[in-house]
Design a protein around this ligand. Structure first.
Ligand SMILES: C[S@@+](CC[C@H](N)C(=O)[O-])C[C@H]1O[C@@H](n2cnc3c(N)ncnc32)[C@H](O)[C@@H]1O
Length: 279
């Protein structure tokens, strides 16, 4: 069952947090001259029109990226993220929003490589079409975890693996923990960024604990909720669990979330940047 389409949610508050973290990690990896690999396990369609029927139906981008277009950023990470969004929307009108692979495409250098897997029969061709002319690129209509077995580790032995499942099915949390362990065994040098929703607090804490219990070292949790846990039904917040984070990431995200929190708040906002497991 693949009913999830990211076009309904592109640019919402959860995308802002996810992509802010992604941009900060990619910019860090670019500081070294050596090429690296970006691997996106649940890539989506890549680029989203915010004038589409789907985006306008939910209007979710209005309480995410829509609140930031006129903002003059102070923190470096927020500035870098907003620069990309503004580059895509040069006349200042918010029309397009980049998904995670499109962000990587904008930032990666000629010799860096991109690998992506996406299962949806409608989103996959949209994604594939955006990478037709790129070198060092492998885009497959393949299950995320089969993709780890087929493509990790990459030749470059450094990189970012972004894991962003839709969590439509309860089993996806178990699949995530198992898949992460398999990927990590193959490619322990990588930075892993795992997106998670805050829907029911106890359930997400159990998933995070299961990832901590894998024994994988160096785990940083970055989380932002525009609403208090009890204030809404559905997703009240989201986070990124980052394994092997750049040493600058915790400080960068603390500064960015201090600035972002009141801008995206929809009630009692809360955020945290917490080292869950040491190096
Ligand atoms: C949250 S969306 C991805 C959004 C994208 N990462 C971004 O930030 O722009 C999750 C995507 O995973 C895809 N998907 C679901 N199950 C999958 C699986 N087992 N393997 C690969 N892709 C899957 C869905 O079709 C959907 O497009």
């Amino acid at each position: 069952m693949l009913s999830y389409r990211h076009s309904y949610h592109a640019g919402n508050h959860a995308d802002v947090i996810k992509h802010l973290v992604e941009v900060a990690i990619l910019l860090y990896l670019k500081k070294k001259d050596k090429p690296f690999c970006y691997h996106d396990s649940h890539a989506g369609a890549g680029l989203y029109s915010l004038n589409s029927e789907q985006a306008l139906k939910t209007g979710e981008f209005g309480s995410g990226i829509g609140r930031l277009m006129q903002h003059q950023p102070q923190s470096a990470a927020l500035a870098a993220y907003l620069e990309l969004i503004r580059e895509l929307n040069p006349n200042g009108q918010l029309q397009f929003y980049p998904g995670s692979p499109a962000i990587a495409k904008m930032l990666l250098r000629r010799d860096d490589s991109i690998q992506a897997t996406e299962l949806h029969p409608s989103d996959f061709p949209l994604l594939q079409a955006q990478f037709l002319n790129r070198r060092h690129c492998r885009i497959e209509q393949m299950d995320a975890y089969a993709g780890f077995r087929a493509m990790l580790p990459p030749l470059s032995k450094r990189g970012l693996v972004l894991i962003d499942p839709p969590y439509e099915l309860k089993t996806e949390y178990q699949d995530l923990v198992k898949g992460l362990q398999q990927a990590y065994q193959r490619f322990p040098q990588a930075v892993y960024a795992i997106w998670y929703p805050v829907i029911e607090r106890a359930s997400i804490e159990a998933v995070i604990q299961a990832i901590v219990d894998t024994g994988i070292r160096n785990q940083l949790r970055i989380e932002y909720s525009p609403k208090a846990d009890s204030e809404g039904f559905g997703m009240t917040g989201s986070g990124m669990l980052v394994i092997n984070p750049p040493y600058t990431l915790a400080t960068e995200m603390t500064e960015a979330l201090q600035e972002l929190s009141p801008l995206l708040a929809d009630g009692t906002a809360q955020w945290q940047v917490t080292q869950l497991v040491g190096e």
